[in-house]
Design a protein around this ligand. Structure first.
Ligand SMILES: *[C@@H]1O[C@H](CO)[C@@H](O)[C@H](O)[C@H]1NC(C)=O
Length: 287
């Protein structure tokens, strides 16, 4: 089995027991637990739809039952419509402990008609400060859109509707820790952050518009599921049974799309913020 061998070579130190299992379809009842919000998070349509809501008393959230070490993880989100100023919908992967790893998508709400900010960050061993922010090229509240994280031993690629928006390369060679030792869970929550979210906290949540609701569907994980110290890689609900994502790279078209997003929609990049890093940009910025 070529696929098995490739995976084994890629991850030798982890001594992973890799096995391919049959189709793995997304079902919120099967894959996630509602963790807080006292009834404000709801799983509906036989597990096909999940909604989070936020009112003055509380937000809500859920987390994956599984922990993953590498994966291509897709989720469709439809964000809080109308006046969502002050609200934040967070969708992220995070490991446990005080030296945690984390990959973040955070959607910062706005006044009706004003653009959401998609805020991204990466933590390695408890250290973040790697923010990049984007506007979107569509209204994320009208329809569901796909937000994906490709996380393999070479890099992490954030994508929106299949367009790469951000790449974080494995720069261990120059001393930057990579996210390859700690399994992470998927988390999501909808909460009030009107002290900073919209125009830096200037615009507050309008509670007369509550409850605020965000919706999720079509979760798919082609991922390696962590269980008692070893990892087994599934091939998702897509018909392909290959684990090509484990070695997937950006092709020419992907590079072009990434450049297009960065040129037209990126509004903040820590890697160009010399004011913030007067003694030099973080090492991975030059890698
Ligand atoms: C909200 O809209 C304002 C005005 O267009 C914009 O400056 C800001 O970046 C938008 N997003 C957030 C989350 O503040």
């Amino acid at each position: 089995m070529a696929i098995l061998c490739k995976a084994m070579i890629l991850l030798p130190i982890l001594q992973l027991a890799i096995s391919l299992t049959a189709a793995y379809g997304g079902n919120f009842n099967q894959d996630f637990d509602v963790t807080w919000g006292d009834g404000r998070a709801k799983i509906m349509n036989y597990g096909q739809l999940l909604t989070l809501s936020l009112d003055k008393a509380s937000g809500s959230g859920f987390q994956s039952k599984n922990e993953y070490l590498f994966g291509k993880i897709d989720m469709q989100l439809k964000l809080v419509p109308g006046n969502s100023a002050g609200t934040v919908t967070a969708y992220y992967l995070k490991s446990a402990g005080s030296n945690w790893d984390e990959i973040d998508f955070e959607f910062l709400g706005n006044l009706s008609g004003d653009p959401y900010i998609l805020h991204t960050n990466i933590f390695t061993q408890g250290k973040g400060d790697r923010e990049q922010q984007f506007y979107l090229w569509f209204d994320p509240t009208r329809n569901f859109h796909t937000y994906s994280i490709l996380w393999n031993p070479q890099h992490i690629i954030f994508s929106v509707d299949g367009r790469p928006i951000r790449v974080f390369k494995n720069a261990e060679a120059i001393g930057v820790p990579f996210l390859n030792k700690q399994p992470m869970r998927i988390y999501s929550s909808l909460w009030n952050a009107d002290d900073w979210a919209t125009r830096g906290g200037l615009i507050k949540t309008d509670w007369t518009k509550a409850p605020f609701t965000a919706a999720y569907r079509n979760f798919n994980a082609n991922a390696c599921v962590w269980s008692s110290g070893s990892s087994s890689c599934t091939s998702g609900s897509s018909s392909s049974s290959s684990n090509a994502w484990l070695t997937q790279e950006l092709d020419v078209t992907n590079h072009r799309m990434l450049r297009w997003v960065r040129k037209n929609y990126m509004i903040y990049n820590y890697c160009t913020d010399l004011k913030r890093f007067p003694q030099g940009l973080p090492a991975e910025c030059k890698f």
